[in-house]
Design a protein. Structure first.
Length: 94
């Protein structure tokens, strides 16, 4: 295991102005809401973030949260899910 399937080309990384890959984290998040006929009425929030300068190693975090509104993509505990140690820049996807 511990291999790398894909990586961002080094030239592409260098072309991103004012972003030092060593102090940048790529974060992806999503919230899944149950349907109106589902018995479980909790939403599932997930976050994944890179922790290396090549953006090839990730750590994931998942939380169950109270379903507020199915059209609302809010992660209530995002601060607990993503640790920003030595991170100066965040590239955020949802």
């Amino acid at each position: 295991m511990d291999g790398i399937n894909t990586a961002i080309d080094e030239r592409t990384l260098k072309s991103i102005r004012n972003v030092d890959p060593a102090s940048t984290m790529v974060v992806g998040v999503d919230v899944f809401h149950p349907g109106s006929t589902d018995e479980v009425q909790s939403s599932i929030a997930a976050a994944i973030g890179s922790y290396d300068k090549g953006f090839t190693r990730y750590s994931a975090s998942i939380r169950v949260q109270k379903k507020e509104n199915k059209d609302r993509e809010m992660i209530v505990q995002i601060g607990d899910m993503v640790r920003l140690n030595r991170t100066q820049n965040i590239i955020f996807y949802n």
